[in-house]
Design a protein around this ligand. Sequence first.
Ligand code: FMN
Length: 193
Amino acid sequence: MSKEEGVTLAGAFWSLSPVVAITSSWQGRVNAQIAVTVVTASIVYSFPRLLVGIWKGNYTHEFIINSKAFAVHILRKDQLEIVKNFGFYTGREREKLKGIPYDSGVTGSPILKDAHSYADCRVINAMDGGDMTAFLVNVVDGGILSGREWMTLDYFYYTAPPEWISEYGEKLSRSVALSLERIHKIDYTPWIP
Ligand SMILES: Cc1cc2nc3c(=O)[nH]c(=O)nc-3n(C[C@H](O)[C@H](O)[C@H](O)COP(=O)(O)O)c2cc1C
């Protein structure tokens, strides 16, 4: 297999992934971002876990490192606007949750009232990836909200207006440049609970 084919294969894991909104709270502030790097990480029905990849340049990364908690919300196909609001801009420059109804979950993370479903999560371990952190979390609470069909990354790319895709493409190029500086600088110090 060539490196190019490897890139295609790695992308395949993302293309059908649900698009999720990640919310977190720290020192009275709240923030939200979009993610697709989320997989199930437990086969034990009574102890659900997820593995979630968060890039270090994101403001949300700071929230999670400090609060050790966040909530994951699967978004529906009709929630493209939320993807733009949470995923194209940083909470360092705007209050992304302003005007969006939410409650406080058991971990203190905001639980959006309007989403397909949610899982409120507490971090139990974390692995440094240089430019990102892979968080292993316990799902401590969760529920189906509206249900219905959820959004996948492919659906977002095929359905969002082309100008959105080019706006996100520009942001992604800046994130990739930052990642290139950090991707090999992995800190192997174990995560201390
Ligand atoms: C469709 C889509 C998928 C994304 N997937 C991820 C992801 O898996 N992990 C991640 O850390 N960021 C991901 N992002 C990027 C963040 O959502 C984005 O950088 C956001 O602006 C960060 O906001 P913050 O700085 O307020 O935390 C994605 C964005 C979009 C639009």
